[in-house]
Design a protein around this ligand. Structure first.
Ligand code: PMP
Length: 363
C-alpha cells in the first residue's frame, strides 16, 4: 500500500527542512552566537538541575519565565508564552489563525519557515517583494495589508536573511491599517538600533512579537523562545500550544542568563563592532557588494557565482556560510554571520583568497 495517498497535498508539495550541515572548522551559517555559556555558569546550572525530579512533568505552560518577563517589561504575566524555541511559536500562532484560504502576507525575501507553515495550513500566501536595496517595500506592505479582511502578516525585523528592519513607527501604521494579526519576529532585535515592539502589545491586540534566546543569548542548543501579545490574544494562542514543551533545564538556564545580562550586553556590543569590521573589510574587496544589516549576519555577493564561493570556502578552507542564492531577489548572494575575532578574520581572508584566486589554505 502507498501511504503517500493519505497525506495532505500541501504536505506532499513540501520539501524537507534542511540546513547544509557539512562539518566545518569555522561555522558561520546559522546566525548563532560564537560564544558558549561560561563553563562555571554551566556547572552551577547542572548542579541545580540534578536536584529536580526528572520523573515529574514540568508545568503545562511555563509560568516561571513569564513572571520574570512581566517584571522586566512591565506587562501582565499573561502577555507571555514560552516555548521550545521560537520556531514552535511560529507554528502555534499560524495554527491558531490560518486555515484553507486564509490570507497570509509575507514580505520577501525572508525566513522560509513562515511560508512553509502558511502553506501546510492551506493559507493564501501574499508576497510583497523588497526594493532594489533589499529594504522593505513599506508602501507595498501597507497597501496589501489594508486590503486584507483578516488573516496574518508575518515580518522578520531584523529580517533573516536581509538584515533589514522596520521601524516601530511603521509597525504602528501597519497595525492601524489592517484588521489582520501582525506577527513580528524579533529574533535578532538585540543587534538592531531599533527598539523592540514589545511595549506596543499593551494597547495593540493585533500585534504578536516573537523573541528567542537562540541568538544574542547563546542558547540555540537549549531551545527557549517566547511570544508577547495582549492577554486577550495570548488566551487564544495558548489554546493551540503543545503542552509541556519547555523542559526545566532550559527554563532554569534562561532564568540564570537573565541574571547575567551584563555578559550578553558585552557580547552583543562586541558582535556589532565585529559586524562593522567585517562589512568594512568586504566592502573594500573589488567587485564585492555588501548589504547593510541590523543583525548578527549580513548578505554579500561577489563577482563569482554564489555556489562556487560557497564550495570554495567550505571545501578548501573549512569555512561554512549560507548560500541563499535560491531565495527570491538574492540571485548571487551568500549570508555569513559574525564569529569570534579569529573566525571572522579567517572568513575575510578566505574570501579574499577565493576571489583573488591566490593559493588555498587547506582547511
Ligand atoms: N526566527 C528567525 C527569523 C530565525 O532566523 C530563526 C533561526 N534561524 C528562528 C526564528 C528560530 O529561532 P529558535 O531557535 O528560537 O527556534
Amino acid at each position: 500500500m502507498d501511504a503517500r495517498n493519505n497525506f495532505r497535498q500541501s504536505v506532499l508539495d513540501l520539501s524537507p527542512y534542511s540546513v547544509s550541515g557539512h562539518p566545518a572548522k569555522i561555522k558561520l551559517n546559522q546566525n548563532e552566537s560564537p560564544f558558549d555559556i561560561p563553563a562555571d555558569l554551566k556547572k552551577q546550572i547542572i548542579e541545580e538541575f540534578i536536584k529536580i525530579n526528572w520523573n515529574r512533568y514540568p508545568e503545562v505552560f511555563s509560568t516561571v519565565l513569564p513572571k520574570r518577563f512581566a517584571e522586566m517589561y512591565d506587562l501582565p504575566v499573561k502577555s507571555f508564552i514560552v516555548a521550545n524555541g521560537s520556531n514552535e511559536l511560529i507554528y502555534t500562532v499560524a495554527m491558531s489563525i490560518v486555515k484553507e484560504g486564509t490570507d497570509v502576507l509575507i514580505p520577501q525575501p525572508t525566513f522560509y519557515l513562515f511560508e512553509k507553515v502558511a502553506k501546510i495550513l492551506g493559507g493564501n500566501v501574499l508576497k510583497v517583494y523588497a526594493d532594489s536595496n533589499l529594504d522593505f517595500d513599506e508602501a507595498g506592505i501597507l497597501k496589501a495589508a489594508s486590503a486584507m479582511k483578516s488573516g496574518l502578516v508575518i515580518i522578520g525585523s531584523p529580517n533573516n536573511p536581509t538584515g533589514k528592519s522596520v521601524s516601530p513607527e511603521f509597525v504602528s501604521r501597519l497595525l492601524e491599517s489592517t484588521p489582520a494579526v501582525v506577527l513580528v519576529d524579533e529574533a535578532y532585535i538585540e543587534f538592531s538600533p531599533h527598539r523592540s515592539l514589545i511595549s506596543l502589545t499593551k494597547a495593540q491586540k493585533n500585534l504578536v512579537v516573537l523573541r528567542t534566546f537562540s541568538k544574542a543569548f547563546s542558547l540555540a542548543g537549549l531551545r527557549i523562545g517566547y511570544l508577547v501579545a495582549h492577554p486577550d490574544t495570548t488566551f487564544e494562542i495558548l489554546k493551540v500550544k503543545i503542552p509541556f514543551t519547555v523542559n526545566p533545564l532550559s527554563e532554569f538556564t534562561a532564568l540564570k542568563l537573565l541574571d547575567h545580562k551584563e555578559l550578553f550586553t558585552e557580547r552583543i556590543a562586541f558582535l556589532k563592532r565585529q559586524l562593522a569590521r567585517m562589512t568594512d573589510d568586504l566592502g573594500k574587496m573589488a567587485g564585492v557588494s555588501v548589504v547593510d544589516s541590523h543583525a548578527n549576519f549580513f548578505l554579500f555577493s561577489t563577482p563569482l557565482p554564489a555556489g562556487k564561493v560557497f564550495e570554495e570556502l567550505l571545501e578548501r578552507r573549512s569555512v561554512l556560510v549560507r548560500d541563499v542564492s535560491s531565495y527570491p531577489l538574492l540571485g548571487n548572494y551568500l549570508r555569513v554571520n559574525v564569529g569570534t575575532e579569529d573566525e571572522s578574520a579567517s572568513f575575510v581572508k578566505s574570501l579574499r583568497d577565493c576571489i583573488e584566486g591566490s593559493p588555498r589554505t587547506q582547511g
